[in-house]
Design a binder for this molecule. Structure first.
Ligand SMILES: [Zn+2]
Length: 391
């Protein structure tokens, strides 16, 4: 763990969620790797190049903390179990077909998970394995995102029992792997670790095309996340966050129509130190700010929770101005105690490695847009801190 203080640079803390669009040349390299046209080493050389570019551009925005843009990952949800979205390098005891939909998005496309076929369940790649390659390229503190146990719980078939590997045994293994993922990320030098929990909001959607969303799984999701949190001290958990959003893939969402009141009261039951909450793209922001103010906990098993509210929409190419960011945070502070307020982006800029970013025209243009958005988030956060007298 580092001694990073998130208030030093901006007064009000601010941090990104994690992902950035992969440049189109990196997306081509992934396809070539899947086709057997380039080697693993050649793919890694391209990933290195993309990480270096991602770090340089983020550092130039003035942000106090950066990520490696997840350029080495198949996706935010599957980095641990497969090298590419096409299934090259799938982990043991998983099948690439017949798995559950993680989500069906508003534009009609879907993303499917692999299917567990037996035990034991083990990660093939921990977040620290890729962070260790990226950290030497950085001059600023780095955060690391990891996937929530509740997402990977969906690898287990919804209704069948796997012979010789009960759901209980799987979930015990899963919680252990998630703990290890977070611990190793800190050991590798991450200043903060946030857990991606996009499936939380989807869990009450009741989409008949996607059966798990109709099984009232949210309480179980919260319990799984808390089983992981329970393994960390309050001091460690002050640096462990949880990210919620309605999805953000191909500039589309999967659960924006699920009211936050279905999720947030339960979500703040997770004993994490901070939350990265999509909000810029919400229609009725005041209601959400108010809900956060009511439900955010001062004492979550020894840690005071912080709410980092989304002030940037990564699905929309329009760049928010610093003043807009400032005003959103000042407004939020009339509902949320200003000592518990932070700023973030609504989501990662591109959680999946293959993403055309259709509203932006190309992933390359979306990257250029991302640098401007991050710069304005940081500047706007500083302005809000001045106005509110924080930091
Ligand atoms: Zn997200």
């Amino acid at each position: 763990m580092t001694d990073y203080d998130p208030r030093t640079a901006t007064g009000i803390p601010t941090e990104p969620v994690g992902s950035l669009p992969r440049p189109s040349w990196l997306q081509r390299a992934y396809a070539q790797y899947d086709a057997g046209e380039i080697t693993r080493d050649q793919l890694e050389a391209e990933q290195d190049k993309a990480v270096r570019d991602s770090i340089e551009h983020q550092e130039a925005t003035g942000t106090p903390i950066i990520s490696d843009g997840e350029q080495r990952w198949s996706s935010f949800a599957t980095y641990a179990i497969t090298d590419t979205l096409a299934g090259t390098g799938l982990a043991d005891n998983l099948a690439g077909t017949g798995g559950q939909y993680f989500a069906i998005f508003a534009d009609g496309h879907n993303r499917q998970l692999p299917r567990l076929t037996g035990g034991p369940f083990r990660y093939k790649t921990y977040a620290a394995d890729t962070l260790r390659k990226s950290i030497p390229m950085a001059h600023k503190p780095m955060k690391q995102a990891v996937i929530a146990p509740s997402m990977l719980a969906l690898l287990y078939p919804l209704d069948e029992e796997i012979p010789g590997y009960s759901r209980e045994a799987f979930e015990e293994d899963l919680v252990g792997e998630c703990e290890k993922d977070i611990r190793q990320a800190f050991a590798a030098g991450a200043a903060r670790v946030s857990v991606d929990f996009t499936e939380g909001r989807l869990a009450t959607r009741n989409d008949p095309r996607n059966p798990w969303t109709g099984r009232n799984m949210l309480p179980h999701f919260i319990e799984l996340n808390n089983r992981v949190m329970d393994r960390f001290s309050a001091q460690e958990r002050s640096r462990i966050g949880v990210h919620t959003c309605p999805g953000g893939d191909r500039d589309s969402v999967h659960s924006a129509d699920v009211p936050y009141s279905d999720l947030l009261p339960s979500m703040f039951g997770i004993n994490a130190g901070y939350f990265l909450i999509q909000l810029a793209s919400e229609r009725d922001k005041d209601r959400v700010y108010q809900l956060i103010g009511e439900k955010l906990r001062e004492d979550a098993n020894g840690v005071t929770q912080m709410a980092y509210v989304g002030v940037i929409n990564p699905l929309n190419p329009r760049v928010e101005s610093p003043e807009e960011v400032r005003d959103a945070l000042v407004r939020a502070a009339s509902f949320i105690p200003k000592e518990q307020l932070g700023a973030t982006d609504d989501c990662g800029f591109s959680p999946f490695s293959i993403d055309e970013k259709p509203s932006h025209g190309s992933p390359d243009f979306a990257r250029e847009t991302a640098w401007q958005k991050i710069r304005n988030r940081v500047e706007g956060t500083r302005l809000a801190a001045e106005k509110l007298g924080v930091g």
